[in-house]
Design a protein around this ligand. Structure first.
Ligand SMILES: [Zn+2]
Ligand SMILES: [Zn+2]
Ligand SMILES: [Zn+2]
Length: 320
């Protein structure tokens, strides 16, 4: 990890790929277009509305959209694993709202909480299939983040193996626990709350912070204060707290960084491992502000031109 201070930039200096909303013509995720998606596996519906018709607030459908299958690098990687495993897996799309124009940042806190609740319900359901070891939940917002459909959606991929980037984080957390008998994420939260310089926002349940060694400018982690390894086992108030903080952080990024594209990833424990003592679920949010140059891909180093202290200060200071 290299933080290059000579290249320190103000938010307005970033070359930004702005998200532009396309019209809802031909969008398969809009209300009234249910015939263009596979049958729903979960839907939150208004009373009396029939399955696979209009009258829904949120729908989850199997991913049969060729465009979504090639969206970003994360799902290309996951799809690669999927193929190697002879297609054992599940790939679903969470259509977060019937309204084409809404984004996660412009949804109400209750609507965001509903999205998080759908993640949980699908995880609990897919977990019953003992072939699955890991469920990857992520969101690509905006073309620069790899999104190929404008309508606000997240994706879920259930895998019979644990992806490498998850493996590395879990192994690191286990090593820390073995050495110190403490959860590394609980340690981070304690240290960051004490110093305060990298804390963006907090509420009773969740802390949003700029990590000490960010890989990308304005990388943001949202962690529950209470120790817990599994997203799907979190108590209800943590989804509520996460929805509130997520909305505020996204609105702040929109204001300070000119509505950037972003990737959001839920990091949670694999199903088949007892990680209760040393892993701590969280959400990682990475705005797409700079193109990753060849140097960074080639060497595995990331050059981050904004310090985490500066990023936290910029987001904290936004007036909403
Ligand atoms: Zn739409
Ligand atoms: Zn912890
Ligand atoms: Zn993580």
């Amino acid at each position: 990890m290299i933080i290059s201070t000579e290249r320190q930039k103000r938010p307005s200096d970033f070359r930004i790929d702005r998200v532009t909303a396309l019209g809802p013509e031909d969008c398969p995720f809009c209300a009234g277009r249910e015939e263009f998606t596979p049958h729903e596996v979960l839907a939150y519906r208004q009373n009396g509305s029939a399955a696979n018709g209009p009258g829904w607030d949120l729908r989850v459908v199997p991913n049969k959209f060729p465009a979504l299958k090639v969206e970003g690098s994360l799902e290309r990687e996951a799809e690669g694993m999927f193929d190697r495993m002879n297609g054992i897996g599940a790939h679903e799309v969470i259509i977060e709202t019937p309204d084409h124009a809404k984004t996660l940042a412009s949804m109400s806190e209750a609507e965001i909480e509903r999205v998080l609740w759908a993640f949980r319900e699908r995880m609990l359901d897919l977990k019953k299939d003992i072939r699955f070891r890991y469920i990857l939940i992520f969101k690509n917002h905006g073309a620069a983040a790899g999104a190929t459909l404008e309508h606000s959606h997240s994706q879920l991929i259930a895998l019979p193996i644990v992806p490498d980037f998850v493996r590395e984080e879990i192994d690191g957390a286990r090593r820390h626990f073995t050495a110190k008998e403490r959860c590394v994420f609980c340690d981070i939260i304690r240290q960051e709350m004490a110093s305060g310089t990298r804390v963006i926002l907090e509420n009773a349940d969740i802390v949003a912070l700029a990590p000490y060694a960010p890989r990308f400018p304005f990388e943001t982690w949202l962690l529950p204060r209470r120790h817990g390894a599994r997203f799907e086992d979190a108590p209800r108030q943590e989804y509520e707290g996460l929805a509130r903080l997520l909305k505020s952080v996204l609105m702040r990024m929109n204001r300070a960084l000119e509505s950037p594209a972003y990737n959001l990833i839920v990091h949670s424990s694999p199903f088949t491992e007892e990680t209760r003592e040393y892993y701590h679920w969280h959400v990682e949010l990475i705005p797409k502000l700079t193109k990753v140059a060849g140097f960074e891909w080639g060497t595995g180093f990331y050059i981050n031109p904004t310090s985490p202290e500066e990023a936290a200060r910029v987001l904290r200071d936004v007036r909403l």
